[in-house]
Design a protein around this ligand. Sequence first.
Ligand SMILES: [Zn+2]
Length: 347
Amino acid sequence: MKEIKNYIDKTIRSGNKPNLKMFIYLISLTETFEEVLDIAEYLQSLGFTLGKKKYNWMLALVESYDDAKTIISAMKKKRVNIDIENYLNFVNTAENSFQVRQIINDMEINNIETVPAIYARLLWVQDSYDNARKILDEVKQSGLEPFIMYYILLSTAQCENEVREVIDDLKMIGREFDIEDYYRFAYKNRRDIVKLTRESLRRNYKPSNYEDLYEYKKQDKLSKKRQQIINVTRRDYVIVNYLKEIYNNSCQVCGIKLSLGNDIYYSEVHHIKPLSCNGPDILENMLVLCPNHHKLFDRGAITINIENKKVIHIDAKNNINTLSLTLKHKVDKSYVNYHNYNILIKV
Ligand SMILES: [Zn+2]
């Protein structure tokens, strides 16, 4: 904490003004939520206002339900609009059904539409497969797309029969079990989510002039622990969302943007070298795709040429071959090569 404060002082002395981006980076270096609050307070005491968005970032790094509740109350007091993203962070701190249901109530009162991810948490906090199954049935009746929940249900399964049952259910709704989906929804522990969030904030919000502070942190003892976390093959939500934002949820192959209504759009992020084959969870290994083109990639029917920005279908006569690839981020060629040699169907 002392180092972070020294850094802020140094930055100000050298004529730079702290801003939201710096705040995000600084809080990514913290280890506890108290430190997050300290930094926010310290910056404010120096006369810097961080705006409404700071609440989002604070909520992203809060571990306990009580702390999250305090932030939400503060937002209400200051009449800051609480959006779905805030609620998603809030709900992921909930530890029991009662807390989740209170949050859902609160959303209803404030006219915020509940999304499947909110109910996903309700499923997570169940202590048994049977209870989780009951919740899933309840959610299904409300007409929400339940496939995410089947993956969570799967992680509560204790015996082979239960695992089979869930995989059969997935088939029933037309989805084959996908290990990547399983990883994608396998977050349970709030502490893990917060650690991963810190990690990716650090990667994405590190401006070059923070170098010295970054070097300092890299050497500290906790880095080893963090390294272990990175090694766990899990999707990194923050990076994924960042990439989807770059493409505004449009498919890099066809440009289609699937509307879920209410100005919400759906896209998927594809790992060119799959996570299950030790592909890294980094932007250079990712593409934003619509579900159709995601599937064609997964099944090795298409590939891309990043040099001339073209999409290639293994069937030369397919219309896809006339499409050009939208490319706004750096894709590493080695992952495309991996796809071409190992996944793409040979014709
Ligand atoms: Zn597409």
